[in-house]
Ligand binder design. Structure first.
Ligand SMILES: Cc1ncc(COP(=O)(O)O)c(C=O)c1O
Length: 441
Protein backbone atom coordinates (compact mmCIF):
# COMPACT_ATOMS: atom_id res chain seq x y z
CA UNK A 1 0.00 0.00 0.00
CA UNK A 2 1.49 3.39 -0.93
CA UNK A 3 2.82 5.28 2.04
CA UNK A 4 2.44 9.02 2.63
CA UNK A 5 5.89 9.29 4.14
CA UNK A 6 5.61 12.92 5.34
CA UNK A 7 2.71 12.15 7.57
CA UNK A 8 3.38 8.49 8.26
CA UNK A 9 -0.14 7.65 7.18
CA UNK A 10 -1.55 5.55 4.38
CA UNK A 11 -3.31 7.24 1.51
CA UNK A 12 -6.11 4.68 1.90
CA UNK A 13 -6.54 5.77 5.51
CA UNK A 14 -6.59 9.42 4.42
CA UNK A 15 -9.17 8.68 1.78
CA UNK A 16 -11.49 7.09 4.32
CA UNK A 17 -11.68 10.23 6.44
CA UNK A 18 -13.59 13.39 5.83
CA UNK A 19 -10.60 15.39 7.07
CA UNK A 20 -7.29 13.52 6.90
CA UNK A 21 -5.64 16.08 9.17
CA UNK A 22 -8.23 15.96 11.90
CA UNK A 23 -5.81 14.80 14.59
CA UNK A 24 -3.04 17.26 13.71
CA UNK A 25 -4.67 20.62 14.25
CA UNK A 26 -3.59 22.75 17.17
CA UNK A 27 -5.92 22.52 20.14
CA UNK A 28 -7.17 26.06 19.44
CA UNK A 29 -8.56 24.99 16.05
CA UNK A 30 -11.21 22.99 17.89
CA UNK A 31 -12.70 26.30 19.01
CA UNK A 32 -13.01 27.52 15.43
CA UNK A 33 -16.54 26.64 14.44
CA UNK A 34 -18.84 28.21 11.85
CA UNK A 35 -21.04 30.88 13.38
CA UNK A 36 -24.79 30.42 13.33
CA UNK A 37 -25.00 33.48 11.09
CA UNK A 38 -22.60 32.00 8.54
CA UNK A 39 -24.38 28.67 8.41
CA UNK A 40 -27.58 30.57 7.64
CA UNK A 41 -26.30 32.80 4.90
CA UNK A 42 -26.73 30.19 2.16
CA UNK A 43 -30.49 29.82 2.69
CA UNK A 44 -31.15 33.36 3.83
CA UNK A 45 -29.69 34.86 0.68
CA UNK A 46 -32.24 33.18 -1.63
CA UNK A 47 -34.42 35.95 -3.05
CA UNK A 48 -37.70 34.39 -1.92
CA UNK A 49 -36.54 34.39 1.71
CA UNK A 50 -36.99 37.57 3.75
CA UNK A 51 -33.79 37.62 5.72
CA UNK A 52 -34.07 39.16 9.16
CA UNK A 53 -30.85 37.26 9.88
CA UNK A 54 -27.80 39.06 8.53
CA UNK A 55 -26.37 42.33 9.81
CA UNK A 56 -25.39 43.76 6.44
CA UNK A 57 -25.43 47.54 6.19
CA UNK A 58 -27.48 48.99 3.34
CA UNK A 59 -24.56 50.18 1.21
CA UNK A 60 -26.86 50.75 -1.76
CA UNK A 61 -27.76 54.06 -0.07
CA UNK A 62 -24.22 55.37 -0.60
CA UNK A 63 -23.43 57.71 -3.49
CA UNK A 64 -21.78 54.83 -5.34
CA UNK A 65 -20.78 56.86 -8.42
CA UNK A 66 -18.98 59.37 -6.25
CA UNK A 67 -17.19 56.63 -4.33
CA UNK A 68 -16.18 55.07 -7.66
CA UNK A 69 -14.77 58.36 -8.95
CA UNK A 70 -12.92 58.91 -5.73
CA UNK A 71 -11.28 55.49 -5.94
CA UNK A 72 -10.32 55.98 -9.61
CA UNK A 73 -8.88 59.38 -8.81
CA UNK A 74 -6.90 57.90 -5.92
CA UNK A 75 -5.19 55.36 -8.16
CA UNK A 76 -4.56 57.90 -10.93
CA UNK A 77 -3.10 60.56 -8.64
CA UNK A 78 -1.55 58.60 -5.78
CA UNK A 79 -1.19 55.09 -7.20
CA UNK A 80 2.46 54.55 -6.21
CA UNK A 81 1.57 55.24 -2.55
CA UNK A 82 -1.90 53.70 -2.53
CA UNK A 83 -0.69 50.44 -4.08
CA UNK A 84 2.42 50.17 -1.92
CA UNK A 85 2.91 48.51 1.51
CA UNK A 86 2.03 50.79 4.39
CA UNK A 87 3.01 50.83 8.05
CA UNK A 88 1.82 48.34 10.67
CA UNK A 89 0.05 51.07 12.61
CA UNK A 90 -1.85 52.54 9.67
CA UNK A 91 -1.84 55.69 7.57
CA UNK A 92 -0.99 58.71 9.78
CA UNK A 93 -3.46 61.03 8.08
CA UNK A 94 -6.31 58.54 8.39
CA UNK A 95 -5.46 58.12 12.08
CA UNK A 96 -5.90 61.89 12.51
CA UNK A 97 -9.24 61.71 10.74
CA UNK A 98 -10.29 58.82 12.98
CA UNK A 99 -9.62 61.07 15.99
CA UNK A 100 -12.02 63.64 14.46
CA UNK A 101 -14.68 60.94 14.11
CA UNK A 102 -14.23 59.79 17.72
CA UNK A 103 -14.50 63.38 18.97
CA UNK A 104 -18.21 63.15 18.13
CA UNK A 105 -18.51 60.64 20.98
CA UNK A 106 -16.58 62.80 23.43
CA UNK A 107 -13.21 61.09 22.91
CA UNK A 108 -10.09 63.26 22.94
CA UNK A 109 -7.30 61.08 21.56
CA UNK A 110 -3.86 61.31 20.06
CA UNK A 111 -3.56 59.71 16.63
CA UNK A 112 -0.41 58.03 17.88
CA UNK A 113 -2.61 55.78 20.03
CA UNK A 114 -4.71 54.59 17.09
CA UNK A 115 -3.98 51.36 15.20
CA UNK A 116 -5.86 50.91 11.92
CA UNK A 117 -7.13 47.34 11.51
CA UNK A 118 -8.85 45.16 8.93
CA UNK A 119 -12.32 45.96 10.25
CA UNK A 120 -12.90 46.06 13.97
CA UNK A 121 -13.07 42.27 13.77
CA UNK A 122 -9.31 42.21 13.36
CA UNK A 123 -8.91 44.57 16.29
CA UNK A 124 -10.88 42.04 18.33
CA UNK A 125 -8.62 39.27 17.14
CA UNK A 126 -5.45 41.21 17.95
CA UNK A 127 -6.60 42.25 21.40
CA UNK A 128 -7.56 38.66 22.19
CA UNK A 129 -4.27 37.40 20.82
CA UNK A 130 -2.18 39.68 23.03
CA UNK A 131 -4.17 39.10 26.23
CA UNK A 132 -5.59 35.58 26.25
CA UNK A 133 -3.93 32.38 27.29
CA UNK A 134 -6.10 29.24 27.17
CA UNK A 135 -8.56 29.26 30.06
CA UNK A 136 -8.35 33.00 30.76
CA UNK A 137 -11.66 34.68 31.47
CA UNK A 138 -13.34 37.26 29.24
CA UNK A 139 -16.47 38.90 30.61
CA UNK A 140 -19.13 39.69 28.03
CA UNK A 141 -22.75 40.72 28.03
CA UNK A 142 -25.21 37.86 27.73
CA UNK A 143 -26.03 37.85 24.84
CA UNK A 144 -22.97 39.11 22.97
CA UNK A 145 -21.71 39.59 19.41
CA UNK A 146 -21.29 36.23 17.70
CA UNK A 147 -18.07 37.28 15.91
CA UNK A 148 -16.42 38.21 19.21
CA UNK A 149 -17.49 34.93 20.80
CA UNK A 150 -15.95 33.12 17.84
CA UNK A 151 -12.66 34.94 18.35
CA UNK A 152 -12.64 34.28 22.09
CA UNK A 153 -13.34 30.63 21.45
CA UNK A 154 -10.54 30.42 18.85
CA UNK A 155 -8.07 31.61 21.51
CA UNK A 156 -9.57 29.23 24.09
CA UNK A 157 -10.84 31.96 26.39
CA UNK A 158 -13.54 31.14 28.92
CA UNK A 159 -16.41 33.56 28.37
CA UNK A 160 -18.46 34.44 31.43
CA UNK A 161 -21.66 36.31 30.63
CA UNK A 162 -22.87 39.31 32.57
CA UNK A 163 -26.62 39.75 32.83
CA UNK A 164 -28.17 42.72 31.06
CA UNK A 165 -31.62 44.25 30.79
CA UNK A 166 -33.18 46.94 28.64
CA UNK A 167 -30.65 49.48 29.99
CA UNK A 168 -27.55 47.41 29.21
CA UNK A 169 -25.21 45.58 31.59
CA UNK A 170 -26.54 45.32 35.14
CA UNK A 171 -23.75 46.82 37.27
CA UNK A 172 -24.55 44.66 40.31
CA UNK A 173 -24.24 41.55 38.18
CA UNK A 174 -20.88 42.77 36.88
CA UNK A 175 -19.57 43.48 40.38
CA UNK A 176 -20.79 40.13 41.74
CA UNK A 177 -19.32 38.16 38.86
CA UNK A 178 -15.95 39.87 39.18
CA UNK A 179 -15.95 39.21 42.91
CA UNK A 180 -16.87 35.55 42.45
CA UNK A 181 -14.22 34.98 39.80
CA UNK A 182 -11.53 36.72 41.80
CA UNK A 183 -12.43 34.73 44.89
CA UNK A 184 -12.15 31.55 42.83
CA UNK A 185 -8.71 32.66 41.56
CA UNK A 186 -9.78 32.93 37.89
CA UNK A 187 -7.79 35.54 35.96
CA UNK A 188 -10.12 38.03 34.24
CA UNK A 189 -8.37 39.53 31.24
CA UNK A 190 -11.00 42.03 30.15
CA UNK A 191 -14.65 42.97 29.93
CA UNK A 192 -15.83 42.96 26.31
CA UNK A 193 -18.84 45.23 25.93
CA UNK A 194 -20.91 46.81 23.17
CA UNK A 195 -22.50 49.58 25.23
CA UNK A 196 -24.36 51.37 22.45
CA UNK A 197 -27.07 49.78 20.24
CA UNK A 198 -25.79 46.38 21.20
CA UNK A 199 -25.47 43.47 18.82
CA UNK A 200 -27.63 41.38 19.20
CA UNK A 201 -29.86 42.88 21.89
CA UNK A 202 -30.28 46.38 20.41
CA UNK A 203 -30.08 47.92 23.91
CA UNK A 204 -27.90 50.81 25.13
CA UNK A 205 -26.11 51.16 28.44
CA UNK A 206 -27.67 54.18 30.14
CA UNK A 207 -25.61 57.16 31.29
CA UNK A 208 -25.69 56.40 35.02
CA UNK A 209 -24.65 52.81 34.46
CA UNK A 210 -21.76 53.88 32.21
CA UNK A 211 -20.06 55.54 35.16
CA UNK A 212 -20.84 52.56 37.41
CA UNK A 213 -19.35 50.10 34.93
CA UNK A 214 -16.24 52.25 34.60
CA UNK A 215 -15.90 52.51 38.40
CA UNK A 216 -16.42 48.79 39.03
CA UNK A 217 -13.83 47.83 36.42
CA UNK A 218 -11.34 50.45 37.58
CA UNK A 219 -11.62 49.32 41.21
CA UNK A 220 -11.20 45.68 40.20
CA UNK A 221 -8.38 46.38 37.74
CA UNK A 222 -10.36 44.95 34.82
CA UNK A 223 -9.59 46.34 31.39
CA UNK A 224 -12.63 47.30 29.29
CA UNK A 225 -12.78 46.57 25.57
CA UNK A 226 -15.49 48.88 24.23
CA UNK A 227 -16.70 47.75 20.80
CA UNK A 228 -18.67 50.54 19.18
CA UNK A 229 -19.46 50.02 15.49
CA UNK A 230 -23.04 51.34 15.78
CA UNK A 231 -22.51 54.34 18.09
CA UNK A 232 -23.07 56.92 15.34
CA UNK A 233 -26.25 55.28 14.12
CA UNK A 234 -28.60 56.57 16.79
CA UNK A 235 -32.16 57.59 15.89
CA UNK A 236 -32.70 60.33 18.47
CA UNK A 237 -30.21 63.15 18.74
CA UNK A 238 -26.51 63.29 19.49
CA UNK A 239 -24.23 60.23 19.80
CA UNK A 240 -23.83 58.75 23.30
CA UNK A 241 -20.64 59.57 25.14
CA UNK A 242 -18.25 56.62 24.76
CA UNK A 243 -16.87 54.83 27.85
CA UNK A 244 -13.41 55.65 26.54
CA UNK A 245 -14.20 59.38 26.78
CA UNK A 246 -14.11 59.07 30.58
CA UNK A 247 -11.21 56.70 31.01
CA UNK A 248 -8.22 56.79 28.68
CA UNK A 249 -6.12 54.27 30.64
CA UNK A 250 -8.65 51.55 31.38
CA UNK A 251 -10.48 51.28 28.05
CA UNK A 252 -9.49 49.96 24.64
CA UNK A 253 -11.95 51.40 22.12
CA UNK A 254 -12.77 49.60 18.87
CA UNK A 255 -14.29 51.53 15.97
CA UNK A 256 -15.21 50.78 12.39
CA UNK A 257 -16.19 52.39 9.11
CA UNK A 258 -18.21 49.30 8.20
CA UNK A 259 -21.57 50.72 9.24
CA UNK A 260 -21.01 54.44 8.67
CA UNK A 261 -19.40 53.96 5.25
CA UNK A 262 -19.02 50.41 3.92
CA UNK A 263 -17.70 47.08 5.21
CA UNK A 264 -16.08 46.37 1.84
CA UNK A 265 -13.22 48.72 2.69
CA UNK A 266 -12.49 46.63 5.79
CA UNK A 267 -11.23 49.63 7.73
CA UNK A 268 -11.62 49.65 11.49
CA UNK A 269 -9.38 50.68 14.35
CA UNK A 270 -8.34 50.28 17.95
CA UNK A 271 -7.58 53.19 20.27
CA UNK A 272 -5.50 51.88 23.14
CA UNK A 273 -3.31 53.04 26.02
CA UNK A 274 0.33 53.37 24.88
CA UNK A 275 1.73 50.04 26.03
CA UNK A 276 -1.20 48.06 24.64
CA UNK A 277 -0.94 50.06 21.40
CA UNK A 278 2.68 48.88 21.01
CA UNK A 279 1.68 45.25 21.37
CA UNK A 280 -1.22 45.71 18.95
CA UNK A 281 1.12 47.09 16.28
CA UNK A 282 3.45 44.11 16.69
CA UNK A 283 0.52 41.70 16.54
CA UNK A 284 -0.79 43.53 13.47
CA UNK A 285 2.58 43.20 11.73
CA UNK A 286 2.73 39.50 12.45
CA UNK A 287 -0.82 39.04 11.13
CA UNK A 288 -0.80 41.05 7.92
CA UNK A 289 2.49 43.00 7.82
CA UNK A 290 0.54 46.11 6.95
CA UNK A 291 -3.08 46.94 6.28
CA UNK A 292 -4.12 47.79 2.72
CA UNK A 293 -2.82 51.28 1.94
CA UNK A 294 -5.34 51.44 -0.85
CA UNK A 295 -8.49 51.10 1.26
CA UNK A 296 -7.09 53.28 4.03
CA UNK A 297 -6.38 56.10 1.59
CA UNK A 298 -9.76 55.61 -0.06
CA UNK A 299 -11.52 56.01 3.30
CA UNK A 300 -9.29 59.00 4.07
CA UNK A 301 -10.18 60.57 0.74
CA UNK A 302 -13.87 59.95 1.36
CA UNK A 303 -13.68 61.64 4.77
CA UNK A 304 -11.70 64.57 3.36
CA UNK A 305 -13.86 65.28 0.32
CA UNK A 306 -17.39 64.01 1.05
CA UNK A 307 -20.09 65.22 3.46
CA UNK A 308 -19.70 62.11 5.64
CA UNK A 309 -21.65 63.56 8.56
CA UNK A 310 -24.61 64.10 6.23
CA UNK A 311 -24.25 60.58 4.91
CA UNK A 312 -24.41 59.22 8.47
CA UNK A 313 -27.57 61.27 9.03
CA UNK A 314 -29.18 59.77 5.96
CA UNK A 315 -28.26 56.28 7.21
CA UNK A 316 -29.89 57.18 10.53
CA UNK A 317 -33.11 58.19 8.76
CA UNK A 318 -33.08 55.03 6.65
CA UNK A 319 -32.49 52.66 9.56
CA UNK A 320 -35.00 54.47 11.77
CA UNK A 321 -37.69 53.92 9.14
CA UNK A 322 -36.80 50.21 9.06
CA UNK A 323 -36.74 49.96 12.85
CA UNK A 324 -40.21 51.55 12.88
CA UNK A 325 -41.45 49.07 10.26
CA UNK A 326 -40.20 46.18 12.37
CA UNK A 327 -41.52 47.41 15.71
CA UNK A 328 -44.94 48.37 14.36
CA UNK A 329 -45.39 45.05 12.60
CA UNK A 330 -44.20 43.12 15.67
CA UNK A 331 -46.80 45.03 17.69
CA UNK A 332 -49.51 44.37 15.14
CA UNK A 333 -48.78 40.74 14.33
CA UNK A 334 -46.91 38.83 17.05
CA UNK A 335 -48.84 36.55 19.37
CA UNK A 336 -49.20 37.75 22.97
CA UNK A 337 -46.29 36.66 25.19
CA UNK A 338 -43.68 37.30 22.52
CA UNK A 339 -41.62 40.29 23.68
CA UNK A 340 -38.86 42.33 22.07
CA UNK A 341 -36.45 45.18 22.68
CA UNK A 342 -36.95 48.68 21.26
CA UNK A 343 -33.62 49.84 19.88
CA UNK A 344 -32.93 53.56 19.64
CA UNK A 345 -30.18 52.95 17.10
CA UNK A 346 -28.20 50.26 15.33
CA UNK A 347 -29.49 47.25 13.43
CA UNK A 348 -31.12 44.72 15.76
CA UNK A 349 -34.18 43.72 17.75
CA UNK A 350 -33.89 40.89 20.28
CA UNK A 351 -37.09 38.92 20.61
CA UNK A 352 -38.07 36.54 23.39
CA UNK A 353 -40.44 33.66 22.72
CA UNK A 354 -43.02 32.34 25.15
CA UNK A 355 -42.11 29.56 27.57
CA UNK A 356 -41.67 26.18 25.89
CA UNK A 357 -40.58 27.47 22.48
CA UNK A 358 -37.08 27.00 21.12
CA UNK A 359 -35.92 29.40 18.40
CA UNK A 360 -33.45 26.96 16.86
CA UNK A 361 -36.10 24.25 16.56
CA UNK A 362 -38.36 26.82 14.94
CA UNK A 363 -35.86 27.94 12.30
CA UNK A 364 -36.36 25.16 9.70
CA UNK A 365 -40.09 25.84 9.66
CA UNK A 366 -39.46 29.58 9.41
CA UNK A 367 -37.14 29.05 6.45
CA UNK A 368 -39.71 26.88 4.73
CA UNK A 369 -42.12 29.80 5.25
CA UNK A 370 -39.46 32.00 3.61
CA UNK A 371 -38.25 34.03 6.56
CA UNK A 372 -34.91 33.76 8.37
CA UNK A 373 -33.60 34.99 11.71
CA UNK A 374 -30.66 34.09 13.93
CA UNK A 375 -31.45 31.81 16.89
CA UNK A 376 -30.39 33.21 20.25
CA UNK A 377 -28.01 30.37 21.11
CA UNK A 378 -25.39 31.78 18.73
CA UNK A 379 -24.96 34.75 21.05
CA UNK A 380 -24.12 32.83 24.19
CA UNK A 381 -20.93 30.95 24.92
CA UNK A 382 -22.65 28.71 27.46
CA UNK A 383 -25.56 27.23 25.53
CA UNK A 384 -28.14 29.79 26.69
CA UNK A 385 -30.48 31.84 24.54
CA UNK A 386 -32.82 29.11 23.28
CA UNK A 387 -35.95 31.23 23.73
CA UNK A 388 -34.45 34.25 21.98
CA UNK A 389 -33.91 35.33 18.39
CA UNK A 390 -32.12 38.22 16.71
CA UNK A 391 -34.15 40.07 14.11
CA UNK A 392 -32.25 42.56 11.92
CA UNK A 393 -33.96 45.40 10.17
CA UNK A 394 -30.89 46.94 8.52
CA UNK A 395 -31.04 45.37 5.08
CA UNK A 396 -34.59 44.59 3.86
CA UNK A 397 -36.87 47.37 2.62
CA UNK A 398 -39.68 48.27 5.08
CA UNK A 399 -42.33 46.34 3.13
CA UNK A 400 -40.17 43.24 3.16
CA UNK A 401 -39.61 43.65 6.89
CA UNK A 402 -43.38 43.74 7.42
CA UNK A 403 -43.83 40.68 5.25
CA UNK A 404 -41.01 38.88 7.10
CA UNK A 405 -42.57 39.61 10.47
CA UNK A 406 -45.96 38.46 9.17
CA UNK A 407 -44.48 35.12 8.08
CA UNK A 408 -42.57 34.73 11.34
CA UNK A 409 -45.64 35.51 13.44
CA UNK A 410 -47.51 32.76 11.57
CA UNK A 411 -44.75 30.26 12.32
CA UNK A 412 -44.69 31.18 16.00
CA UNK A 413 -48.47 30.90 16.24
CA UNK A 414 -48.33 27.45 14.70
CA UNK A 415 -45.59 26.44 17.13
CA UNK A 416 -47.66 27.70 20.05
CA UNK A 417 -50.59 25.57 18.91
CA UNK A 418 -48.29 22.54 18.83
CA UNK A 419 -47.01 23.38 22.29
CA UNK A 420 -50.53 23.68 23.61
CA UNK A 421 -51.49 20.35 22.07
CA UNK A 422 -48.41 18.30 22.86
CA UNK A 423 -46.73 20.22 25.70
CA UNK A 424 -43.16 21.52 25.68
CA UNK A 425 -40.29 19.37 24.51
CA UNK A 426 -37.65 22.05 24.59
CA UNK A 427 -34.70 22.34 26.93
CA UNK A 428 -34.54 25.01 29.65
CA UNK A 429 -33.65 28.39 28.23
CA UNK A 430 -30.41 28.90 30.08
CA UNK A 431 -27.91 26.33 31.17
CA UNK A 432 -25.39 28.45 33.10
CA UNK A 433 -27.41 29.11 36.25
CA UNK A 434 -24.77 31.43 37.65
CA UNK A 435 -25.06 33.68 34.59
CA UNK A 436 -28.72 34.54 34.25
CA UNK A 437 -30.10 35.39 30.83
CA UNK A 438 -31.16 38.87 29.92
CA UNK A 439 -34.45 40.28 31.01
CA UNK A 440 -34.90 42.39 27.93
CA UNK A 441 -38.61 42.65 27.55
C1 LIG B 1 -20.49 44.41 17.60
C2 LIG B 1 -19.65 44.22 16.38
N1 LIG B 1 -18.32 44.30 16.49
C3 LIG B 1 -17.53 44.14 15.43
C4 LIG B 1 -18.05 43.89 14.18
C5 LIG B 1 -17.10 43.71 13.03
O1 LIG B 1 -17.20 44.74 12.15
P1 LIG B 1 -16.10 45.08 11.07
O2 LIG B 1 -15.01 44.06 11.16
O3 LIG B 1 -16.79 45.06 9.77
O4 LIG B 1 -15.59 46.43 11.44
C6 LIG B 1 -19.42 43.78 14.01
C7 LIG B 1 -20.00 43.48 12.70
O5 LIG B 1 -21.15 43.26 12.51
C8 LIG B 1 -20.25 43.97 15.14
O6 LIG B 1 -21.58 43.89 15.07
Amino acid sequence: MPQDSDHGQTIAAQGSRIDAYVDRYAARAAGMVASEVRALFAVASRPEVVSLAGGMPYVTALPLDTVGELVADLVARRGPVALQYGSGQGDPHLREQICDVMRMEGIEANSDDVVVTVGSQQALDLITRIFIDPGDVVLAEGPSYVGALGTFSAYQAKVVHIAMDAEGIIPESLAQTIYALKTAGSPIKFLYTIPTFQNPAGVTLNTARRQQVLDICQRAGVLIVEDNPYGMLGFDGEPMRALRADNADGVVYLGSFSKTLAPGFRVGWALAPHAIRDKLVLAMESAVLSHSSFTQLAVGQYLATQPWREQIKSFQVLYRERRDAMISSLEALMPADVTWTRPSGGFFVWATLPEGLDSKALLPRAVSERVAFVPGTGFYADGGGARHMRLSYCYPEPDRIREGVRRLAGVIEQELRLRDTFGTGSSPDHIGVDTPGPDLA
